[in-house]
Design a protein around this ligand. Sequence first.
Ligand SMILES: [Zn+2]
Length: 153
Amino acid sequence: MTKEYRTLHTTVNLPYELAFGATLTRFFDGLSAEKILGTRCPKCSRVLVPARSFCPRCFIDLDDWVEVGQTGTVETWSLVSYEYIGMAKTPPYITGLIRLDGADVSFTHLIGGIDMSSIDQVQSRLAIGTRVKAVWATEKPGSIFDIEYFVPI
Ligand SMILES: [Zn+2]
């Protein structure tokens, strides 16, 4: 026996504005100039990317700015093929955790420039440990999408 489910269709409008603050403003200004910036913790020596104003491990303020590499290593990835309301990008696309050269934390971004027509195609080009490099967008208004995606090298 099939159970009938009813749904409510409505629209939720949620205007939202987030102030970047000094640290993320400088980080995004760096992206506009095709630089990926992090901050180094003087206590644990970790380089955090995106730059943070404080070390969440040591709870101390950070102001030692460093430019990290535009290349890195894929730590994990996911092929997104299902579309739902509110997505910033139309599937298929790949999100990945990338350990940029010179950084000590994972950087979340898109991985592209490869055939995404099937999981087999993606797996033939992408694995944990694959080296990638940043592909810069033509327009760089100072957002995370100033980097269009990372491509396997
Ligand atoms: Zn620290």
